[in-house]
Design a protein around this ligand. Sequence first.
Ligand code: GLA
Length: 384
Amino acid sequence: MNALELAEHFTAEFRTRPQVFSAPGRVNLIGEHTDYNDGFVLPAAIGFYTRVAVAGRTDDTLAIRSTRFPESYEFDLTALPQTRLGKWCDYVLGVASILQRAGWPLVGATLLVDGEVPIGAGLSSSAAIEVATALALSNLAGKKLALPELAKLCQKAENEFVGARVGIMDQFISCLAKEGHALLLDCRSLDFELVPMPEDVKLVICNTMVKHELSGGEYNRRRAECEEGVQILAGFYADVRALRDVSGDQLRAHSEDLPPLIYKRCLHVVEEDSRVIDAVRYFRSGDVPSVGRLMRESHRSLRDLYEVSCPELDVMVEAAEGLPGYIGGRMTGGGFGGCTVNLVEAVHAQTFAQAILERYRMKTRILPETYICSPADGARMEMG
Ligand code: GLA
């Protein structure tokens, strides 16, 4: 549904004209599991948006509806829940609750949500709904917030309300993405640079259609393993606060001082940070094949060192090899299912998408989805 259609839907239902805000899902080109280690990431927004239509009301109620789910919810703004309910409205409610806790004078509102970002595919449908909601509620409260601050509040909603200890990448790119560009983000300082993507290259995203249940618990476990590594390494290097501060040489010098599993996790993160910086350099110099090589290395590292891939993701990555126009690819996002991202020459993108679909289906008996994307714009008000 585009903004106009959503607004019409809203007006028909609630007899008042809404404002409409939108925020995109994302794909990460390289830099996986580095954000919560204060490192670097290189995501881009994709052209799937979540839209929130909103209008104020005269009472203290927050009413939440969706065009996709039948359930509707109403909450009293003076007594908002402080933790998740286990329903789809959690992301909206979480943002409202965190905004309020941060001192925002929220006013009664009716929200209608329409999401086109595939859910559970690792393309950050949750960040998209959070960011669109935050824009909607903050505008209605009559206060504008700088986008990086808005991203941080949305991350806080996910960390503290929903209970997922995610990093800042997804919310940040959903806020600040720019058409035609990937975004290099320093997850410590939140400094960022836009990196132009070659126009003759498409991002072909391949959805394995699986999401293994262990993802949430394993994600938190990886974070804890990284923290353990930092604790040990800080004993040798006083200024190490996060894996971001550790060089490859420093890590290798202490390979015997870390439990083998912790060493593997740290090695992935430290090398992945360097791959991000190298990938940006290669993009800037027009050496896209070298970016492709780094993406393949990233996948192997996520599979063998960080151990967050799964058989379906590996099949999808292998299925790309040898197809015309394929430059490089890897799993993207947290892992244990979801999507791969592939750089493909634009002229071959359609045939690539079709061929990889067949190959994956032959091997797994699962019919995947493929999305041919170019980097899209970040969050905005679509109708004022
Ligand atoms: C999920 C999280 C992100 C990031 C990735 C892994 O998508 O939401 O913050 O940690 O996993 O790179």
